[in-house]
Design a protein around this ligand. Sequence first.
Ligand code: SF4
Length: 745
Amino acid sequence: MTTFAGSMGGTSGRTGNGASNGAGHAPAHDARPTIKHAVPLAGAANPGNTASVTTPGSFALKADIGGPLMFASPDTPGMPKASTKTAWDFLPAGWSVVNLGEVTIDTSDAAFTNQSNPHDTALNTSFGGGKFISPREFKAYIAGCVSRDWRGEVKSSHPHVPAKLVSAGGVGCANCLGETHDFVEFNLATGRRVRVIYPKNFQPRTQLEHARLGIITPQMQRVAQREPHLSPAQVRDEIGAGRMVIPANINHLSHSLDSMCIGRASKTKVNANMGASPISSGTHEEVEKLKWAEKHGADTVMDLSTGGNLDECRAAILQNSCVPIGTVPIYSMIIGKKIEQLDWPTIEASLHHQAKQGVDYFTIHAGVRKAHLKYVKNRLIGIVSRGGSLLAKWMLVHNDENIMYTRWDDICHILREYDVTFSIGDGLRPGGMADATDDAQLSELETLGELTERAWRFGVQVMIEGPGHVPFDQIEYNAKIQRKLCHGAPFYVLGPLVTDMFPGYDHITSCIGATSMAYHGAAMLCYVTPKEHLGLPKKDDVKQGCIAYKIAAHAADVALGIPGTRDRDDELTKARAALNWEKHFELSFDPDTARAYHDEDLDVDTDFCAMCGHDWCSVRISKEIQEFASGKADGFERVGTNGKLGAPVKSAALTPEQQAILEKRGVLSPDEIHKLAAKTKQAVATASERATQATADTKDKLSCHSDYVDADTAQRLQEEKLGKGVLVQLDVRPALGIAKEDRVV
Ligand code: SF4
């Protein structure tokens, strides 16, 4: 049996000699003279900073930060185009904005660089200052003075009044300036200057409102630190456009929340769902899962508790979390009642309570409308969203429109007060391949676009939830129709699963869809665990889900050409080329698993591993062929205990966590795992070696068995452990039910 699939040597990049231009520059198309078939480069930056690589960088579009595309995949023919509207087109009544044209940005201004700024120091802006505008300038914005409602219809009978002198000595529209209005001017990161006119004495509450006034908040600065390819001004502008959110409840900021952002201009984020159910788990377990999710890379966590003490559980999660916390408030609204008893006082009280506790984003299923329900009848699996099904029942019982829809403006007022971000729920999302992209789903999406516009008019940040089961070929359309109808508001997608017949493996089926969805436009991926559709995820399911989704998010970011996203991959590739195992583990996303899996077969730090063995290790052989200059990591050469380069050296004993990983796999016996943890020489030494080392062992029980000194000894080791004549040293015998003494050739 031979295998190449897992061989490091067999997975190297394409050949070619086009040098990378580094992050931030489009790869040079004519720098690849030996390529016979042109690769489809569309101008995206190389996601890695490694100076010289053979790959040309991303095939995605050139980055469009400050524009509707941000980081985007090229459109397959027939895909909906991005909306040309942004949150600036949906300002509150009494607001208007004037584009004053191109300006020269002073790049020494910290707002326009991505230098590290102190977390809590606000930058100076021109907020609140400035002069009144001249009559000539006034003409440019008079149309914008018209006050419109959320539908874009003219609301006030705002006459085109002649300019009049105001007390400050300037000139302005009587309806827009003077005693009732003020304005601020500032430069956008794209190099345009804008004037924003707003009601006098207006006090910003939300990140969106601050962005509209040109203010860079400490949270925006922190986001720019965490997203080094963005400047604080770009973060502010993406928030102002509604294409990015910072879910940071004013009250959660007083705990240990570390501000992050969600938007297609930034790296793709991952959400982990947790929460007690009426039959499983409790507050302590949920806090433990929260910590576990944070450890394994969750960027936000949703508490979806429907059982136990919901209030206590939510409070504990909020107090212990560094990441934003989301909830679906309808769950707590109907505890102990029937859904038909849901009324506005209950909704209002519950939203206020959870917002006061510090919840950073709310999923509200206001897009499920009475008129949409007829589209659900012919579905294979009807409505699979809990919130969606509850509200559908409410509408049928009351023969009325969705109360979340009719009370949307009131809900917006509450969320604005605490800067809670909307995660507008997709209550009619498909629950299977056969129901995907149907009339019910798309009709609801149109309503989600309308709700987005209305929320922006109230200054509330918005993201949009997306479908959980979508055939692979429909994913790009789903991402791009959302981008069009919701004007670029961040898309937050559950999976989606790309096949329905693998329960128990849905973290994999959905992670495939999630990678594609992130490449085509999703800004945050809600993880799916192996327990999806089967039960409440346990701690290890949370870990499996988080890691699967970190893979999906990261793969999409590299493909989109987000600067710097491939750097750690490149460092790991260099460590791999140098056969530097310690560095290899250190750079791994999950070092414990990488280390435990390595040591399960061969617990020696040497110039090969058990995948191919000494004789067949292409990386080791490649290192010997100097012409190809393998062993990329500078300065790493293993020096064995005999002083020889490349000779095996002692490796550390397994940690308890690594032992637990091997115990769960069940390949090694408890005794073998104990030996790897204790690192006694008896673990693998030959009888003769044990005899000669016996005295030394008595003095040094924990010394390593692996003081093999040269290639011959290393070869002998593999023969003794795995049998002479073995071609592939991966010990598959236990898994295949073959006796250990039998040789696999
Ligand atoms: S034996 Fe060498 S080539 Fe094969 S997987 Fe291990 S390190 Fe890579």
